[in-house]
Design a protein around this ligand. Structure first.
Ligand SMILES: Nc1ncnc2c1ncn2[C@@H]1O[C@H](COP(=O)(O)OP(=O)(O)OP(=O)(O)O)[C@@H](O)[C@H]1O
Length: 866
């Protein structure tokens, strides 16, 4: 009998090894086809850690090891009296594997980051199963000791986990000379989700001020108020990892002496400019790498764990709830992935990202633009069976989740162009605001327009010109130079302070106030030099047209702002936001087109009369003017803002002077990025690295404004609120005993309500888990029943076959006797008999294979019970 191959858990997506769009580590990504997102499934790796002493210790848990990995390096086998199971993943690592083995399977992410792709690695598993060990290193390991001999010639510490190894590799990649990197900036941030609140791990060790998650078009998900450190080398980066680790919420639990009570996200953002051989112009790449160490799932046995502190219960509930939401998101995404596989136009189901901070934070990594790897960690202990199965199920689902990876290439920011555009927009706004009057005031001296309509401003300007000409003549006379005609200097016209007929003059004879090279000014100059006798009417018409168009654009912008803020206040869902934005962008495009046509018309109107050089200039200007405005958020603009000076605080843990080198180009000594740009606030941190604060757009700043009231104003406000009672030290708060008591009562009430909610939540989760376990047991029962039936059938079949065989043997014997009687040779009879029996045997074997003997194979059905 042959055993059938191990069965993969249901629904694996296409193998990521074949679908991966990521470049090979040694070459640049091809520029073509990278704009198109490539669907790829989350890569799933399983790591089984060794059985720990306290697990096997007879006086404590007396657990035995029930998990092994098979030789194919993919299959994980559970061998427990109550459960026998085999499941297959992208890779499975046995307890004996080294940290370097794990890293070799995920190192492609660091390469991808350096090449402009987003990547995510996250560790998921039961508490104490080895997530932190895998991501950072073993207990007590100091990540700063990751590499010896300088980052370029690094000898890696064998204990180093995925994060420190990635850091060293990223800086190595960014120092490669063949990539054409001319400048690089690397930012890192470290955030933790503790009790459904986000905290900065690098600046807020006491978790005193929670942060908010936001999403902006073109930027994606970000945490506002989070500090982002501009690191120069791997050393800086590792020092920050160490600092963050020290600030993480940790507690001793019965499963782990140093259990992480928060989910942590270490993010590395790389912004780089490349000039590649043979390529035209610069390429600006901006990519991010999320390294996530989740808090571990843990069961709360209400009967046994009575001694839990309130704080601990709150932690546990929040961890379990967020992991539960993560599971739901993965399930929904997995379902969507399967639907997409069947039909690329399938309508996708809702993914509840917004139901927890964790899933919202990981939204990009789970279903967006990111190459994502999941490392599921397992304890081999027999008493962790349920959690192990639950982790395997999660991992299985994750494998069918599709992400869409694409190169994050941005057009380089041309600061000169941006400035020109900005001044042009400002000018245009001013012109549109004042309409026709501004045109008249602005285009002073253009005497070709009918003066009847031009108003007092033009009249005054002409008077001034004549006065100046007279003054000029006086001076010429004194210098003995011939005088110039005053007033009638223009052909065929006697210019008087009161012109009453349209005149034609050479363009450019009079200055445009506030000139410059903006297209608006150009357009207005053109308006002023039109030849038609009706030009004034046309000018007015065009100005009105411009103003209306401007108003329409403003309205579109306002609507965009409104719809975005509604989304952020949870008034509308993502779908509605997308629809509205698309609609508004369509309107904007239309407006932009009519704007551009308008400019062309103005340009065309002057084409016959203006000088050649002037027309050329106009065209160029118009091109600038019709460039669509960038909708980059203020935060994004901040990211790519003009260079600011970096101040280094010399209190680096690595001594006062870090070796310096410009990445991608400079000297050989060490991988240090010493030229970086930071658009935001630049402050020296405790580890000697500068940081900026991620900020939201202007709307948020406005919201924050009241809190920046001066103490006097706050006090004044408080006085007003209390009808003139005394105010504590000008801080704006009145300290009375009643207030204090009321406050405490309120807090107590809130705490009670929270506690009640958590207990309910916990009970609900437990019930859910019980249900899932029951369902699993039923499935298992059904599977056993099925196997029993199959065995029974098998037995019956064999009995029938045996009977048949016996009958046949009798028949052959009889046949042989008859043949002997007929004189047929013995040999021929044997051949005939063997042939017939051979056919019989193969029938037997095919039957054996059909009912396979592996008792694990049908361990899971379609996983619907989870
Ligand atoms: N592969 C491994 N080899 C040896 N020891 C390991 C391994 N993985 C984990 N351990 C040990 O197991 C214990 C728990 O590991 P770790 O703290 O990484 O678990 P965790 O999954 O992060 O737990 P929690 O979710 O509670 O934070 C630690 O003492 C760690 O050193």
């Amino acid at each position: 009998m042959t055993s059938s191959p191990p069965r993969t858990l249901p629904g694996p997506g296409p193998s990521s090894s074949t679908a991966s769009p990521l470049p090979a580590s040694s070459s640049n990504p091809p520029a073509a086809d990278l704009d198109i997102p490539t669907p790829t499934s989350i890569e799933v790796l399983i790591r089984v850690r060794p059985l720990l002493t306290h697990e096997s210790d007879a006086s404590t848990r007396a657990a035995s090891s029930i998990i092994s990995t098979l030789e194919d390096n993919q299959t994980v086998a559970i061998n427990h009296p109550a459960k026998q199971l085999q499941c297959k993943y992208d890779y499975s690592f046995p307890p004996s594997c080294a940290q370097s083995d794990i890293y070799s399977r995920v190192s492609q992410c660091a390469t991808a980051l350096a090449n402009g792709f987003n990547a995510t690695i996250f560790a998921y598993g039961q508490t104490g199963s080895g997530k932190t060990h895998t991501m950072f290193g073993p207990d007590g390991y100091d990540v700063r000791r990751t590499s010896y001999g300088g980052p370029n010639h690094a000898v890696l510490n064998e204990s180093a986990g995925v994060i420190p190894r990635s850091i060293v590799q990223i800086f190595k990649e960014l120092n490669r000379k063949d990539l054409g990197i001319v400048s690089t900036t690397v930012y890192v941030s470290f955030v933790q989700v503790y009790n459904e609140q986000l905290y900065d791990m690098l600046r807020d060790p006491r978790r005193s001020s929670s942060l908010e998650i936001h999403e902006e078009p073109g930027v994606g998900i970000y945490v506002s108020g989070l500090s982002e450190y501009a690191v120069r080398n791997a050393g800086d980066c590792l020092a920050l990892v160490k600092l963050g680790e020290e600030n993480r919420a940790i507690r001793e639990t019965h499963m782990n002496t140093a259990s992480s009570r928060s989910h942590s996200l270490f993010q590395i953002v790389v912004e780089q400019t490349r000039i590649e051989d043979g390529a035209e112009g610069e390429r600006v790449l901006k990519s991010k790498f999320n390294l996530v160490d989740l808090a571990g799932s843990e069961k709360w046995d209400t009967k046994k764990d009575r001694k839990f502190e309130t704080e601990q219960i709150e932690e546990l509930t929040n961890i379990n709830l967020s992991l539960y939401t993560l599971g739901r998101c993965i399930a929904a995404l997995s379902k969507n992935g399967k639907a997409l596989e069947k039909d690329p136009d399938a309508i996708l189901g809702h993914v509840p990202y917004r139901e927890s901070k964790l899933t919202r934070l990981l939204q990009d990594s789970l279903g967006g633009n990111s190459k994502t790897v999941l490392i599921a960690t397992l304890s081999p202990a027999s008493d962790c069976l349920d959690e192990t199965i639950s982790t395997l199920r999660f991992a299985d689902r994750a494998h069918s989740v599709m992400t869409f990876v694409k190169l994050n290439e941005k057009r380089p920011v041309d600061h000169a162009l941006v400035q020109r555009l900005q001044s042009e927009v400002a000018r245009l706004r001013a012109l549109l605001k004042d309409g026709g009057q501004v045109a008249e005031a602005t285009v002073t001296g253009i005497v070709s327009t009918p003066i009847n309509d031009s108003g007092p401003a033009l009249q005054a300007a002409l008077e001034k010109i004549i006065a100046l000409q007279t003054e000029n003549n006086k001076l010429r006379k004194r210098l003995g130079m011939p005088e110039l005609p005053v007033g009638n200097s223009l052909p065929g016209t006697a210019v008087s302070p009161r012109l009453s007929t349209p005149q034609r003059h050479a363009p450019g004879k009079f200055a445009i106030v506030g000139g410059g090279n903006s297209s608006a000014a150009e357009a207005l100059r053109n308006l002023g030099t039109m030849h038609s006798p009706q030009s004034s009417e046309e000018t007015k018409g065009q100005l009105i047209e411009m103003r209306t168009s401007h108003e329409r654009v403003t309205a579109i912008m306002t609507d965009l702002e409104r719809v975005t803020s509604r989304f952020f206040t949870f008034d509308i869902e993502e779908e509605e936001l997308k629809d509205s934005v698309l609609k508004l962008m369509r309107l904007f495009k239309k407006e932009k087109k009519s704007y551009s046509e308008m400019f062309q018309r103005i340009d065309g109107a002057t084409a016959g009369g203006g000088s050649g050089s002037k027309n050329k200039r106009s065209k160029k200007s118009n091109k600038l003017a019709t460039t669509a405005p960038s909708f980059e958020s203020p935060a994004a603009a901040n990211m790519s803002g003009p260079p600011s000076t970096f101040k280094k605080d010399n209190t680096s843990p690595f001594g006062s002077s870090s070796p310096s080198r410009t990445v991608g180009g400079g000297t050989e000594e060490a991988a240090t990025i010493d030229s970086f740009t930071s658009g935001g606030l630049t402050v020296a941190s405790s580890v000697g690295v500068a940081y900026r604060i991620r900020e939201r757009g202007a709307a948020d700043k406005m919201k924050a404004a009241p809190s920046t009231l001066s103490p006097q104003r706050s006090a004044h406000k408080a006085m007003a609120r209390t009808g003139g009672a005394s105010v504590d030290g000008g801080s704006g708060w009145i300290q009375t005993e009643e207030d204090e008591e009321a406050k405490l009562r309120k807090e107590l009430k809130a705490a009670k309500a929270r506690m009640k909610k958590q207990t309910e939540m916990q009970e609900w989760l437990e019930k859910k888990e019980e249900k899932a376990l029951k369902q699993m047991e039923e499935e298992e029962e059904a599977r056993k029943q099925y196997q029993k039936e199959q065995k029974e059938k098998d037995k019956q079949f064999r009995n029938r076959a045996k009977k048949q065989k016996r009958k046949l043997e009798k028949y052959y014997q009889k046949l042989r006797q008859e043949m002997g009687a007929l004189g047929v040779e013995q040999g021929e009879a044997a051949i005939l008999e063997n042939g017939m029996l051979e056919g019989d045997k193969s029938l037997d074997e095919s039957h054996d294979q059909g009912y396979g003997s592996s008792s694990f194979n049908d361990g899971f059905d379609d996983g619907a019970g989870f």
